[in-house]
Design a protein around this ligand. Structure first.
Ligand SMILES: [Zn+2]
Length: 274
């Protein structure tokens, strides 16, 4: 009697999977937020110069993300990981910070690796401890008005790493870390910083039997290299996107269309074949 081994499916998602969730764009028609270029608020320089401005920006993004809902594609991935767990080990790597994968993951099976960080986490500038934190510290008009959003789920809010379990001190209207009494920053990869969790991601990509990219053009490294890495290691490669991506020669199966519809269809056919 041989041991049954699960197939390993690795999924990489980008902005395209959240397009149908009605995530408001924070940029105006001129591509700016309150006359700031994104490069001027999403950097360490900006944070050191004006942490309140940066936290106003991320407070707004937390509010906007909390007002969007996971769509059919987020839900299909979460159900697949749960329902097919005796046939497939499902790994999810996301470039998105919007927390929609986590909010769709009602069975707690996906545990997405968010290589660009996520909006529901905050990091200590002293020791790099990461806390769950779904507070918007400023309202959409820029007024100091700390309020809880729904980005963290009940388990996260109950855990010891939920920032607001601590009696926080504030400096310049911003919370100070309970661990080191140092400033806190969004747990987000800013311009000029490296993607996170690569030491975890690379071995997962290398062992993929099936590698699926969803809603990402795949042109920005290091994510662009994952497809090649999976292919070299023998994975069957699938691309679900509105249009073919530049690395078309590395794709075994191209599925064109909206993520909301096509992801469910693809995962259903995979379930039937298992
Ligand atoms: Zn600390």
């Amino acid at each position: 009697m041989g041991l049954k081994t699960n197939k390993i499916i690795v999924i990489l998602t980008g902005a395209g999977i959240s397009a149908e969730s009605g995530l408001n764009t924070f940029r105006g028609p001129d591509g700016l937020w309150e006359n700031h270029r994104l490069e001027d608020v999403a950097t360490m320089d900006a944070y050191l110069k004006d942490p309140q401005l940066v936290w106003r920006f991320y407070s707004m993004r937390r509010i906007q993300a909390a007002n969007a809902d996971p769509n059919a594609a987020h839900k299909a991935l979460a159900s697949f990981a749960f329902e097919q767990s005796s046939h497939f080990d499902t790994y999810l790597i996301s470039q998105n910070v919007d927390v929609l994968h986590q909010r769709a993951d009602i069975h707690n099976r996906l545990d997405p690796i968010c290589m660009h960080g996520s909006l529901h986490q905050t990091r200590c500038m002293g020791c790099e401890a990461v806390y769950f934190d779904d507070y918007a510290y400023f309202d959409l008009s820029g007024n100091y008005a700390p309020q809880e959003t729904t980005l963290c789920n009940a388990d996260q809010k109950a855990s010891a790493s939920y920032l607001h379990h601590y009696k926080l001190e504030y400096r310049n209207f911003l919370p100070i870390s309970p661990c080191c009494k140092q400033p806190l920053r969004p747990h987000i990869v800013w311009f000029g910083e490296h993607p996170m969790y690569m030491e975890k991601i690379i071995p997962i990509v290398q062992k993929a039997n099936i590698f699926v990219t969803i809603g990402t053009s795949g042109v920005v490294y290091p994510a662009a290299g994952f497809l090649e890495m999976a292919k070299i290691n023998g994975a069957h490669t699938v691309c679900i996107n509105q249009e073919m991506i530049p690395q078309s020669s590395l794709i075994d199966e191209f599925i064109q269309g909206n993520a909301g519809e096509k992801v469910s269809e693809f995962l259903e056919s995979l379930s039937k074949s298992s």
